[in-house]
Ligand binder design. Structure first.
Ligand SMILES: [Zn+2]
Length: 455
């Protein structure tokens, strides 16, 4: 017999991925929140609508803390409507937008207001915002925080767009000092500018040339520097899109001694390899780059042992034109890989091959990103959390057809791949927002850290 709690909907599956493991369960939902998690055979309250999922797995909705929506300003690259539609179709229910590639960038509270006004009414998922730390906006960091950003992104080298410059060494220290004052979070694109400058230029159609232009040493050095600063200043630091597995021992040792540092990596580093990138295939270009298969094995080891916390998309689209497919020149093409809609099946396909379970995927793609952003009601199927779910057919396969993607630009490094894991439906606060690829009208919210907390 189920305990007596008010319930409007029950989702029942033989495979519910809970923080305590995968088990048969009936998940009670009321008013958009998870009211209780009952045994599968519990007697269900009369009047509740019951959704029978049979053997399809019920996962918490994924939380993707690394998405470039580029809206307003570069909406021909992506936009709130298309990005969040792709997210919903792919099982992501919460995403956090990066502060750059939109115009204006999210570097002042006024700019944040512009972003929020642009997004309002257009989002299919919940959407939050990162702020940016750039030269000259030190005084804006606290107001941005008060206006509801989840933390601050900075670059240590050229970001790719003029309106979001990188921090010089002294500016980085100032920003970290300021952010530590209010116990905020700094998230960093960690590549050392000097070592990138000293590397060979990325010219031509050969991927090996591009790879040589973004050496592991640049990531390793930048991360080492950040660890030293975080140790001294006490700032909470997060390493974005870790690609160089050589940096894993540095991160692990720093954490061991109590430095407040976390790290993420992305589906492309975990599922694609440098060896397989064809000449001129600039859809594989991103920074830091996709590296060799042996490096990828080490990244998986870093995930297994917990040195890497999260797997997030770094969805960074652009127009097909900017990928320079006519020349296939890795030096000229825009760097960025779109995978908002494909991250879950891409990771699940490789994870299962390597002997991981869905509970691992959920930890990396829902629970840990929610923890990183301080979203205390997201990322887990447990009473009191938002009723955000992804229903997945884990054994089913599909082939990636670019025209079936909801991203504004259907450029993808995954074209033609057969992946395991079909997203049957996606639920946000107890409502079905996507059903077999069909996405409902926008019903997402713009969220802030305050709204994400239980307090
Ligand atoms: Zn990014």
């Amino acid at each position: 017999m189920a305990e007596a709690v008010a319930t409007d909907t029950v989702l029942r599956s033989t495979r519910v991925v809970t923080p305590g493991g995968i088990r048969p369960a009936a998940v009670a939902v009321n008013g958009g929140r998870i009211a209780a998690v009952w045994p599968h055979d519990a007697k269900l309250p009369e009047g509740a609508s019951v959704v029978e999922l049979a053997d399809d797995a019920l996962l918490p909705g994924l939380v993707d803390t690394h998405v470039h929506i580029n809206d307003p300003g570069r909406t021909e690259w992506e936009g709130f409507e298309t990005a969040t539609r792709a997210a919903a179709a792919g099982g992501v229910t919460t995403l956090i937008d990066m502060p750059l590639n939109s115009v204006p960038p999210t570097t002042t509270a006024d700019h944040l207001a512009v972003k929020r006004a642009t997004a309002l009414g257009k989002v299919h998922t919940d959407v939050g915002f990162w702020g940016g730390a750039v030269p000259g906006n030190l005084k804006d960091l606290r107001p941005l925080r008060e206006a509801g950003v989840f933390g601050f992104k900075c670059f240590l080298l050229h970001s790719g767009v003029e309106e979001f410059p990188q921090l010089a060494a002294g500016e980085l220290e100032e920003a970290m000092t300021e952010i530590a004052r209010f116990d905020g979070l700094l998230i960093v694109h960690a590549e050392d500018p000097g070592l990138i400058e000293a590397a060979p230029q990325p010219v031509g159609r050969h991927y090996a040339g591009f790879l040589a232009s973004r050496p592991r040493a640049a990531e390793n050095a930048a991360i080492q520097g950040l660890i030293a600063l975080a140790r001294r200043l006490g700032t909470r630091v997060h390493i974005l899109h870790l690609s160089s597995a050589d940096a894993l021992p540095l991160i692990a040792a720093a954490r061991h001694e109590g430095v407040r540092i976390t790290a993420e990596t992305c589906p492309h580093y975990l599922t694609l390899t440098a060896e397989e990138v064809p000449d001129g295939a600039t859809e594989f270009k991103c920074c830091p780059p996709i590296r060799e298969a042996a490096n990828q094995d080490a990244l998986w080891q870093g995930l297994s042992d917990g040195t890497i916390d999260c797997v997030v998309s770094d969805h960074s689209p652009c127009t097909a034109e900017l990928k320079c497919f006519d020349t296939g020149d890795f030096g000229q093409a825009w760097g960025g890989i779109s995978s908002l809609q494909l991250g879950l099946p891409a990771i699940w396909t490789e994870a299962r091959r390597r002997g991981h379970g869905l509970e691992d995927v959920v930890r990396w793609m829902a629970q840990a990103p929610a923890l990183l952003a301080g979203l205390r009601t997201k990322g887990a199927i447990t009473a009191g959390h938002d009723a955000d779910f992804t229903v997945l057919a884990p054994e089913e396969t599909f082939t990636v057809v670019p025209s079936e993607l909801h991203h504004r630009n259907q450029v993808t490094a995954y074209a033609g791949r057969t992946l395991h894991g079909v997203v049957r439906s996606t639920w946000l606060r107890g409502e079905r927002i996507a059903d077999r690829g069909t996405v409902a009208p926008p019903a997402g919210r713009l969220i802030t850290p305050a709204e994400g907390s239980n307090s």
